[in-house]
Design a protein around this ligand. Sequence first.
Ligand code: NAP
Length: 289
Amino acid sequence: MTSKTVLITGCSSGFGYGCVNAFLEQGFRVVATLRDADTRKELFRDLLNRYESHLYVASLDVTDGEERKSIANLLETKFGGQLDCLINNAGFGLFGALEDTSEAQIREQIEINLMGTVFLTRQLLPFIRAAKGRIINMSSVLGYMALPLSSMYAASKFAIEGFSESLRYELSSHGVKVCIVEPGGFRTRFADNQRWGEDAFNQNSAYRTQTDNYSAFQNKQRTGAGTPPDAVIKACVHLATARCPPFRVRCGNDAQMAYFLQCLLPSRFLDFLLNTMFDRVFHGRRGHD
Ligand SMILES: NC(=O)c1ccc[n+]([C@@H]2O[C@H](COP(=O)([O-])OP(=O)(O)OC[C@H]3O[C@@H](n4cnc5c(N)ncnc54)[C@H](OP(=O)(O)O)[C@@H]3O)[C@@H](O)[C@H]2O)c1
């Protein structure tokens, strides 16, 4: 058992919610943050009953500078400035062709998935440095292998990878460890919360066939039971508690396979394979123009 403190973003569902429970079970004091916490505290009623003294639920929209400051104040006043682990988990997926996506949607994707992580980390680093703590950033298989119709989501996750890698070296002499988790597809509310470009389903879109086929492909994937999020939650606990945690953990067979193919195959051959596969899925045809 430990009396360490972890702060997790995006705790209303999925990996974030699962992590709250898992870290409480490990004896951590958990600051579970989510948007509009005041109206959604009910989500944590059972956990608050069970772990009253160890669970603190707080509002945090990661894009809101005032709320980020309030969280830092809260850590100072309620937890004596102790923060041993920050899990930057909040995020969502924006899909659709770049041309079908509005500037506002692009900015929102980067603002939440990347800048939210960057600014919150910057705000809380003095506490994490003092504790010689850890930062765990949620990346994705799309953080190292991009798919079509997800350019801005992939851009946000590739950026998380570069941000984390640089920070890992920058902070290592300060005793702070930075890690990333790279999940493949898992059953959370990610699919329900994903958004499409404003014009993705517009009849006049030049990408309409690709979008329809990709959307149908996603729906087919979703009708199965899906993989429960346990492996990702377990990975977060491992990264927070292991003496020498690895920099990255890939979760799920799809994430492992993507990495395996990248390492094993010459890049031109992999490119050919992916193009052929994407042609089938996105254009519903066999060849490549
Ligand atoms: N599930 C997968 O297959 C998968 C695969 C690879 C990577 N990921 C990544 O895993 C992370 C968690 O996703 P999930 O799968 O657990 O999906 P999820 O169930 O949709 O959870 C996403 C969480 O992020 C929160 N969020 C969104 N925008 C926010 C903001 N501005 N400020 C604070 N919180 C915000 C959501 O809160 P609200 O309820 O307020 O919207 C929700 O709690 C994401 O970064 C995602 O990109 C997921």
